[in-house]
Design a protein around this ligand. Sequence first.
Ligand SMILES: NC(=O)c1ccc[n+]([C@@H]2O[C@H](COP(=O)([O-])OP(=O)(O)OC[C@H]3O[C@@H](n4cnc5c(N)ncnc54)[C@H](OP(=O)(O)O)[C@@H]3O)[C@@H](O)[C@H]2O)c1
Length: 326
Amino acid sequence: MTTTLTAWSIERYGAPEVLTRVTPPMPVPEPTEILIRIRASAITRADGMMRSGRPLFARPFLGLRRPRRNLLGTGLSGEVIAVGDKVTRFALGDAVFGEAGLRFGANASHICLDESGVLMKKPDALSHEDAAGMCDGPLTSYHFLHEIARVRPGQSILVLGGSGSLGSAAVQIASAAGLHVTATCSARNAGLVADLGADRVVDYTREDVIALPNQYDVIFDTIGISSYAVARARLTEDGRYICPVLTLGLLGAMLISRVVGRRRALFAAAGLQPPETLRRHLESLLVMVEAGTLAPLLDRVYPLADLIEAHRYMETGHKRGNVVVT
Ligand SMILES: NC(=O)c1ccc[n+]([C@@H]2O[C@H](COP(=O)([O-])OP(=O)(O)OC[C@H]3O[C@@H](n4cnc5c(N)ncnc54)[C@H](OP(=O)(O)O)[C@@H]3O)[C@@H](O)[C@H]2O)c1
């Protein structure tokens, strides 16, 4: 085995060009760790936030003047090539997927992770490319729909940004849960989003869906394009505006909606839930994959060497589902 691994590092915040290829020593697994040869890893909007240090109010977590963590990437899929002597959940040769979480460093050739983290055996039904994106869109949307909004069959949902990583998963998860799904995207993605399970697709370039006189039990603003103040009028009496993009406006809306009326604005950091909770959600998602009700949407695949290009594309704000490097 080689003695070094290939990874990408950031010493300062900035545009994709701040990413630098590095070759740190190959880690040796601690007793409860596994060493994974990474076959595919995801490039997400959260990675863009880590790299750019934006929005600024995230800096206390990311590092005030420079990144606290130098290596990038969380979602990954690969094979176990070494195990610590106390590992019980995995064995040499297992195909696994999951996320590195706050350890980062998934955009690399290898990584050592504790077996108690968000790691699962990869079924054959999922390619490494599809599995690498499972912890971004599918896992986050599952958490928002089932834990935060607690959706029920027969409810109606509006998904803003239905063709993105979170949106494409949300449309499938909501449809499988028996909701009536309305989703927004541009015309080029309308057919795709309808195929994912949306009952109605609204082209946001032609129509302002919030101005239309419909009511929804849940509005999932996957890209933070609207606000509780605006969307509130389209919520049922006890409807939920759920949004994964934290802003000061959303924070204020969460506080106010807790004390005024029955509608709520809600945010969560899905990746910060306990690993056992996230593994349970992944198990439910794998049941959906097995049943054919969830197929992660894969957009572009880049070689790991082209990480800068992959970041540039991710930041256009128009990717369809997931972008991965292999
Ligand atoms: N809180 C959490 O736990 C958590 C976890 C993961 C991610 N996030 C956050 O969630 C956000 C969404 O991430 P993502 O990866 O799903 O985004 P994304 O994939 O970049 O979303 C892009 C999609 O949004 C659509 N879009 C762009 N402008 C639109 C508009 N005005 N109206 C409707 N759709 C529009 C695009 O469709 P067209 O190309 O058709 O325009 C594109 O398909 C990010 O900010 C990320 O940081 C939060």
